[in-house]
Design a protein around this ligand. Sequence first.
Ligand SMILES: NC(=O)c1ccc[n+]([C@@H]2O[C@H](COP(=O)([O-])OP(=O)(O)OC[C@H]3O[C@@H](n4cnc5c(N)ncnc54)[C@H](O)[C@@H]3O)[C@@H](O)[C@H]2O)c1
Length: 439
Amino acid sequence: MKVTVVGTGYVGLVVGACLAETGNDVCCADVDAAKIEGLKQDRLPIYEPGLEPLVARNQRDGRLQFTTDVGGAVERSDIVIIAVGTPADEDGSADLQHVLAVARTIGQHLSRPKTIITKSTVPVGTAEKVRAEVAKQATAPFHVCSNPEFLKEGAAVEDFMKPDRVILGVDSDEAARVLEELYAPFVRTGNPLIFMDVASAEMTKYAANAMLATRISFMNQIARLCEAVGADVTLVRKGIGTDRRIGPAFLFPGPGYGGSCFPKDVQALIRMGEARRVPLDILTAVEAANARQKRLLFEKLQRHFEGKVKGRAVAVWGLAFKAETDDVRESPALVLVEALLEAGATVRVHDPAARETARRQLGDRVTYAPHAFDALGGADALAIVTEWLEYRNPDFTRIKQLMRQPLIVDGRNLYDPTRLGKLGFTYDSIGRPLACASS
Ligand SMILES: NC(=O)c1ccc[n+]([C@@H]2O[C@H](COP(=O)([O-])OP(=O)(O)OC[C@H]3O[C@@H](n4cnc5c(N)ncnc54)[C@H](O)[C@@H]3O)[C@@H](O)[C@H]2O)c1
């Protein structure tokens, strides 16, 4: 099938490469000329495991092209997928300017029948706005479908290739047949294509993200209470996760959720509710709990330093909002670093993939360590924010030798508190007993 994907970010690039991999003739279009120039030479603008070989192979074999000519890309294809960003507007609602700009371009270049798919996360009613915008100038019939994306950064290729399910909001049987054909290679093992009306598909994406954000905030608050009452959240998590009604996924407490989706999607859903006079109290609480959680690592450090943060040297391991990505949007690590800098600490950071993306916000206010251990020399504390594999089993003897004080504040519960105590560390994690050097 001839497919154009408009927007070549985390979602569009993965979608384009995976659709090319299954034999489609794909053109990825983006207004960012530098991004497209790099992609033409197989230089990826993002870090995403497994994506680079996919882009290189399909480009070499002629199934994947890149262009800045969005209109031309629309004309060549029967299917046009909109995958541009939908950032939060000033009031938190989804900003649709990029989606509607693409819809306008599609309309200007629609002179034969096409299926238009909104894959960007958009509020209910957006497909109808896209339809109206395209219709202003289109000279041929077209369908508008909603096909929200559920891939996770860090496992995006795997998620797109083997989705739990594919949500397809369609306006006709004809559109359903097109989408069924497009997605058939990805659901051969029986995971379902779920067809529904367009509004329900748009809503499904927000409901899923809001539910996941709620689970995270819920466990983060339970973890805080565990610390206060002397319980261990790891055991509590196992205890509730084995209940089949609850299930084990997304019950890990941490430094607060970040990334390009949960924060803005929770906000957008709250605004959607306000606009319809349906208060979403739970989500307002989820947001507040998350904002509080993002301050937790700083508050723990402050406590260990007895309020005297000024002049302290703090090493921070992990800048990305989660492991296996270079995405630092809304990352709790940035909240921690900004709080430390504001309090007068000096900060040395390490991240295996997100150094350059973080540099755009942090500039030269921090020191960037090329290796994790390079951040530790003379440090008064080590704060762990991202659960990168390379942090999981480090040489603790060396860590202790390098640091001025053996204090680790761990936002990801990577280590065993008893072991760290025995090794001579003060080890403060999330929702578990504090380990002290003497224990
Ligand atoms: N990142 C994720 O994990 C994820 C997962 C599921 C859904 N989503 C949703 O997918 C959408 C895209 O997210 P992303 O993370 O890929 O965004 P992104 O910011 O990484 O990429 C968006 C791309 O769109 C391009 N663009 C903007 N306006 C354009 C225009 N008029 N014409 C052509 N290109 C244009 C930008 O240059 C950019 O390259 C959002 O709605 C997001 O909520 C994201």
